[in-house]
Write a protein that binds this ligand. Structure first.
Ligand SMILES: [Zn+2]
Length: 418
């Protein structure tokens, strides 16, 4: 594979000489960067970077960044991009005054998506999900996690996970698959909660493990969905098949799920709109990544995640989109970063760590993705010249990803594609 040399980079953002696994607390307000830099890519990986004065003489291909900034690609560690249909009618319902929970009670919400997904053939699901992968690629994303959870039957959950497996084969970015059978209780089990949990544990999980279809297990732990005890049961069952947990918790209520997830060694706890002091205490010193999804409360008009309290307690934080048809029909990480700054009180530097390396950590990809370090996979994007790093979250309506690269190959050039 030919070498690629980028010249005249205004700022090379998150360029790590001594790569760390994640950034936490006070570390997050400092972003390592090189001004007026070069970047060399060989065999699809970063092989050198530094100030322009030290730039190597030649490479097979040279790109003049013209003062534009280079960022490592976003690592979006929480999405639901396999789905059959959009749900803008519920969006209109909410404008008219219905709550998310009321919509769910009327057969909308996740169960609406489940109904549509069951009817949709696998190939059709793959086509639409691939379209969303291409979309996020253009928005600067270079690693993604995708969940099942709109199937809610053995057959349809397997169908979703097979679609995710085919996505992995068809894109240059790494894709992690999470089994979310416990996303909502299907109507046929309304009077038989235990029966559905048994279906997940005794029928879905063994087949999923058998086909190697999932990397992680998830549950929607929330009032009206799954209890803490059920979530613990599911995490234990997942662990028997080697699946770590990434769990939807504390979106509307703090039920004690965070300490339970930490105790079970969950890789991440995601949402966190509502967080108690005990929740924060339980996370300190753990390996569980608190993952915030601020475009969900943006779309639902809910309170935002208390990022400041988490970071001030010395914790790391990751940011992800939650791209899904119900509560967050957007895969735009740059907007998530803006919201994190504007609504959650994060500094631009903190938000950028959270959207890159800490997101990679929440998918166990931090060795190869999430920053610009020698040996890591060359997933990055170039912006136009910016006055400073803070301009990226500040200019929340501008699309600043101009050229995107995966494995050192350009996958998008907005200056040409328009
Ligand atoms: Zn979600």
């Amino acid at each position: 594979m030919p070498s690629l040399l980028l010249l005249n980079i205004g700022t090379l953002v998150l360029a790590e000489t001594h790569p760390c696994s994640f950034a936490a607390g006070k570390e997050m307000c400092h972003l390592p960067a090189v001004q007026n830099a070069y970047l060399l890519v060989e065999n699809g990986r970063f092989s050198a970077f530094g100030p322009m004065e030290e730039c190597p003489e030649r490479a097979d291909e040279t790109i003049d960044a013209g003062g534009g900034f280079v960022f490592p690609s976003w690592c979006d560690s929480h999405t639901h991009i396999v789905f059959a249909a959009s749900r803008e009618q519920e969006f209109v319902g909410r404008i008219r005054g219905l709550s998310y929970e009321e919509i769910a009670q009327q057969g909308g919400g996740i169960l609406n998506s489940a109904r549509r997904l069951r009817e949709t053939p696998e190939d059709e699901l793959l086509e639409s999900a691939l379209g969303r992968i291409r979309e996020i690629q253009l928005l600067g994303t270079g690693a993604v996690e995708v969940k099942s959870g709109y199937g809610l039957t053995v057959e349809s959950e397997l169908k979703m996970l097979r679609v995710i497996r085919r996505l992995k084969e068809k894109t240059a970015m790494p894709v992690k698959a999470t089994f979310l059978g416990a996303h909502a209780l299907p109507p046929e089990y309304r009077e038989n909660r235990g029966g559905y949990i048994r279906l997940i544990i005794e029928e879905m999980l063994p087949q999923i493990a058998d086909e190697g279809l999932a990397d992680y297990i998830d549950a929607f732990c929330e009032k009206g969905f799954f209890t803490v005890a059920e979530t613990e049961q599911l995490m234990e069952a997942g662990a028997r098949y080697g699946l770590k947990a990434k769990v939807h918790v504390n979106q509307f209520n703090s039920l004690g799920a965070i300490p339970a997830c930490v105790q079970k060694g969950a890789l991440s706890v995601d949402h966190l709109e509502v967080v108690s002091d005990e929740d924060i205490q339980s996370l300190i010193g753990s390996n569980t990544m608190p993952t915030l999804l601020p475009s969900a409360p943006f779309f639902l008009n809910d309170p935002y995640q208390p990022a400041r309290r988490l970071i001030d307690a010395g914790l790391p934080v990751a940011l992800a989109t939650d791209y899904n048809p119900g509560s967050t029909p957007s895969g735009k990480m740059q907007f998530v970063i803006s919201l994190a700054c504007i609504k959650c009180g994060m500094l631009p530097e903190e938000a950028i760590w959270a959207a890159t390396l800490n997101g990679a950590r929440a998918m166990e990809l931090e060795q190869d993705y999430g920053s610009i370090a020698v040996g890591k996979v060359a997933n990055f994007f170039i912006t136009p010249p910016l006055p400073s790093i803070a301009y990226l979250p500040y200019a929340f309506g501008s699309d600043l990803v101009e050229r995107a690269f995966l494995k050192g190959k350009m996958v998008m050039d907005k200056r040409i594609n328009g």
